[in-house]
Write a protein that binds this ligand. Structure first.
Ligand code: C5P
Length: 291
């Protein structure tokens, strides 16, 4: 990462996987109450931010499928601008460029991670001075997964994903496979056959020994996603040959913990669809900006 007075370059926006994801209830507004373990991976998007004084928020390379106004990075920047305005601070502008690696509709938190990285990097570049807690509280307006990335550590999440407690997880290599489908999250959560009454678990069930997270729980969204998008089931059953293969988030990506980098390389080479290897991260690469 390069930080100057006028730019913050090479900011990581890492992927996450949900080691388990339980749906334990539903709020009156339709959002679901979850219990999930979020794991950061050392692979993801990279963003550059430049100050500019001749325009508002400019997205240099928006994705063809996402209008700049609904892009989560642009929305994150506008949200921070509004907060600064409310605090009587001078409004700042910037240019954003993204090197996009994470698939969309993949359950890896790509858009959410980009948004969190935008909040953290612009908070620094614009000298907004918001604390991690303040950014986390704003972040939920951008999406249920965004507070986790601002939190910056592997976490046990509750509520709709915004109530976070740090957990220690095992250092490990994972293989992630991307079935060729983009899954819209609302379609999975609104399915009639979704199980919404999984029993509550306690963080103490796994927090005293990270090994207990191996194979712990399940992903309640997986059965629905596999019924609606059979490609997910096909790819997951291929990956099952190598261990406990699960879907992350609302899909479509599936992951499996592997013994080491060598095994990860072998699996990635033989995978029937796009595949990546990734190592666990203990902390978000930008976390130090909020210390
Ligand atoms: O917050 P996010 O944009 O990630 O959520 C997308 C959609 O997924 C929401 O509009 C909602 O329909 C559903 N969702 C939910 N419960 C959650 C998270 C998301 O019902 N905890």
């Amino acid at each position: 990462m390069i930080i100057t007075e006028a730019a913050v370059l090479g900011c990581a926006a890492p992927a996450k996987i949900n080691l388990f994801l339980h749906v334990v209830g539903r709020r009156a507004d339709g959002y679901h109450l979850l219990q999930s373990a979020f794991q950061l991976l050392d692979w993801g998007d990279t963003l550059d931010f430049h100050l500019r004084d001749d325009a508002q928020i400019v997205h240099r390379n928006p994705l063809a499928s996402v209008p700049p106004e609904s892009d989560l990075c642009v929305r994150a920047a506008r949200l921070l601008q509004r907060e600064m305005q409310a605090r009587g601070q001078t409004i700042q502008r910037c240019e954003i460029r993204i090197d996009k690696q994470l698939p969309m509709g993949g359950g890896l938190g790509g858009g959410s991670s980009d948004a969190a990285t935008s909040l953290i990097a612009l908070n620094h570049l614009w000298r907004a001075g918001l604390s991690r807690q303040e950014l986390q509280e704003m972040a939920v307006q951008l999406g249920a997964d965004v507070p986790f990335f601002v939190f910056g550590e592997n976490a046990f999440a509750e509520g709709i994903g915004e109530k976070l407690q740090a957990i220690s997880t095992e250092e490990a290599w994972y293989v992630v496979l991307a079935p060729e489908v983009m899954i819209p999250t609302p379609q999975i959560f609104s399915a009639k056959d979704l199980t919404r009454d999984t029993n509550h678990i306690k963080i103490a069930d796994f927090s005293n020994d990270a090994k207990k997270l191996r194979g712990f729980g399940k992903n309640d969204l997986q059965a629905v996603a596999e019924r609606l998008f059979p490609a997910v089931a096909e790819v997951r059953s291929w990956l099952e040959k190598f261990g406990d293969a699960r879907m992350t988030g609302s899909g479509s990506c599936v992951f499996c913990r592997v013994e080491d980098e060598f095994h990860a390389d072998v699996i990635v080479k033989s995978a029937p669809v796009k595949a990546w290897k990734a190592k666990t991260l203990k902390r978000h690469p930008l976390a130090q900006m909020l210390d």
